[in-house]
Design a binder for this molecule. Structure first.
Ligand code: AMZ
Length: 454
């Protein structure tokens, strides 16, 4: 490995930073942005923005900011380590390097080695089993550094960054910090195969199987389907939700998606008996949404046997709750982002907020959700096809898994999603409702189209 020039050192910053250091950090960050881009910036923002960025960052408990100093004490590099804030099935107990740079005039002196060693040591000390990193394919020195430190390249994001009029791919790297047999212990049995961080890239690109989640929407204790979320446009399918759940299980499904519609409108669980009956009548993992708006209710359902909770209105109105829940139950909290042409809706979709889908998705990713279910409301229940374009855009915008929802009416709609998932591997599943109940889509065929996972 590169010899480390004398006098260079690294430090982990505390919650505050001296004025001199902050100025030096802003200066070096600006130089790094001008040279090759960093922190998602390709042209430097004004210094006030960077000032607020770093001051804010230092207050986030799940982030560590490391700096490298030149012999004269000035800051010549920095890196951010994120600790399992995602708390998700995928991220589990891994830490991520979310930014890393050495100023151009101090490169080649081994400072990168110093900084990366410090990050690995810190991640290990905080109990991480793996360390992840994403890097643009154009950053050859960074890629060489990762290889030198034993990181494995396990996947490629085809649209990672847009620089000028060029699209640049991103390479995903991971390094195990504990022996492989211990690292895998945290994975739940129903983890989607396509999203394993340690799957070789080959497997991801040739077998992008998607998980099918059959939907059971509950209204007044019965299974219904709505059109575009309108309660007065409901089709009644079954009076016996537990029996419906069993039917899905017997047909080969491995997951269930349940929405308590009355709960979503009322802001508290309503179809309690029906949900309990479903849980009792099937051994499938159940994800439940609708009316979950506080920690007590979330805990109540997780204790009752629900495997994941979906937070919709709370994602918009109470992001702290999402953050708290994601931390308390890693891997079990997902965000339901339901949008009317790009604007997020809440309260049974009766209200539309100013928030855009992508803004909320970023916030949810940061809050630590294990995945996002994205529904385009105008498509829901209409059988005319998913909004693939928006779903792909979302999957390219965040790194948590995306489950597509709203509009499946034919097998071709599922085929189109599977094609899209080859380009946007963040898409991991799809929710199907009305088409299954109507028999327009048969479960065995859907299973086949999606690549073997139901
Ligand atoms: O169809 C609807 N009107 C509707 C629906 N399907 N309204 C809410 N929901 C679902 C969301 C999400 O899964 O898709 O309820 C859940 C969100 O509920 P809440 O109470 O957290 O906003």
């Amino acid at each position: 490995m590169t010899q480390i020039a004398e006098g260079y050192r690294t430090e982990r910053l505390g919650h505050t930073i001296s004025e001199d250091d902050l100025e030096s950090l802003i200066e070096s960050t600006t130089a790094a942005i001008l040279s090759e881009g960093v922190f998602d910036w390709h042209t430097p923002p004004e210094s006030g923005v960077l000032r607020r960025f770093f001051e804010g960052l230092l207050l986030v408990p799940d982030r560590d900011v490391f700096i490298a100093r030149s012999p004269d004490g000035s800051i010549c590099g920095a890196a951010i380590l994120a600790h399992a804030a995602h708390g998700s099935e995928i991220y589990g107990t891994s830490a991520s390097i979310t930014a890393f740079f050495i100023v151009p005039y101090e490169q080649g002196k081994g400072v990168g080695n110093l900084l990366l060693s410090a990050l690995i040591e810190r991640a290990q000390a905080r109990g991480a089993k793996a360390l992840d990193c994403r890097v643009r394919e154009t950053l050859h020195d960074a890629i060489a550094l990762l290889h030198n430190f034993g990181f494995t390249h396990w996947g490629t994001h085809p649209y990672f960054a847009r620089i000028g009029d060029r699209t640049v791919r991103g390479l995903f790297f991971s390094k195990l910090l504990v022996p492989a047999d211990r690292a895998m212990q945290w994975q739940p049995a129903d983890m989607p195969v396509t999203m394993s961080h340690h799957e070789p890239e080959q497997t991801m690109t040739t077998h992008p199987s998607l998980t099918l989640y059959p939907a059971i929407d509950l209204k007044g204790g019965a299974c219904v389907r709505l059109r575009q979320g309108e309660m007065n446009d409901a089709t009644h399918y079954s009076d016996n939700p537990p029996a419906q759940a069993k039917l899905f299980e017997e047909a080969g499904c491995r997951h269930l998606h349940i929405v308590d519609l009355d709960g979503a409108f009322a802001g508290r669980s309503a179809n309690v008996k029906a949900v309990e009956g479903i849980i009792a009548n099937t051994s499938l993992p159940v994800q439940l949404g609708g009316g979950l708006r506080d920690m007590k209710t979330i805990e109540r359902w997780l204790e009752a046997g629900v495997s994941r909770v979906i937070l919709g209105s709370a994602a918009v109105k109470d992001p702290d709750l999402v953050r708290q829940a994601a931390r308390a139950w890693p891997g079990k909290v997902i965000a339901g982002i339901d949008a009317r042409q790009g604007r997020v809706a809440t309260e049974g979709w009766a209200e539309v907020s100013e928030l855009t889908t992508t803004d909320l998705a970023r916030r949810m990713e940061d809050a630590g959700v294990a995945g996002i279910i994205f529904t385009e409301i105008t498509r829901d229940g209409m059988l005319e096809g998913l909004d693939i374009e928006q779903t792909v855009a979302l999957a390219q915008h965040v790194s948590v898994p995306i489950i597509a929802s709203g509009g499946v009416g034919t097998l071709d709609h599922l085929r189109a999603l599977r094609e899209a998932a080859k380009e946007a591997p963040g898409i991991t599943g799809v929710i199907v409702g009305r088409a299954l109940y109507d028999g327009r889509v048969s479960l065995p065929e859907a299973l086949d189209v999606l690549g073997g996972s139901c």
